[in-house]
Design a protein around this ligand. Structure first.
Ligand SMILES: [Zn+2]
Length: 142
């Protein structure tokens, strides 16, 4: 009997976020940056949240970040994520000053610490989508 697998969720506003997804497929990490006040912001939206101007561009960021907070998910709310448990649901602070939700991968769960240095990486989902995730910036001596 074929196994039922629920498809993963898709971007809610794909027209607005398409440049982000296209860049991720090319392993480039871009976020909105205001052309008036230079602030980076996340998530993408019509106007800069700092100055409310509607002029912004997609700007490539370094991928360097720190782990602000996290939880280990063992029972996902969305059944599409069952295969991946346990996984790390994380709030990540980019050095450009924005906080985003992502996953921390390639890290032993016991090694997770708030404020640890992370670096962005790209995970191909095999269905045309590439996600930006984070891994420890360097292996920690144990
Ligand atoms: Zn602005």
């Amino acid at each position: 009997m074929p196994e039922f697998k629920k498809p993963g969720p898709r971007p809610a506003n794909e027209a607005l976020t398409r440049p982000f997804w296209e860049a991720a497929q090319q392993h480039r990490f871009v976020v909105p940056q205001c052309v008036a006040c230079d602030d980076f912001f996340w998530p993408p939206r019509a106007a800069c949240p700092s100055c409310l101007r509607e002029a912004w561009k997609w700007a490539e960021v370094s991928g360097r970040a720190r782990l602000y907070s996290f939880t280990i998910v063992r029972q996902p709310a969305n059944p599409a994520f069952l295969e991946g448990v346990p996984y790390v649901y994380a709030l990540v602070d980019l050095e450009e000053g924005i906080r985003m939700v992502s996953n921390v991968v390639d890290c032993l769960l016991d090694d997770l610490q708030n404020e640890m240095s992370l670096v962005a990486m790209f995970e191909e989902m095999g269905d045309g989508w590439t996600l930006v995730k984070f891994r420890p910036a360097r292996r920690q001596a144990r």
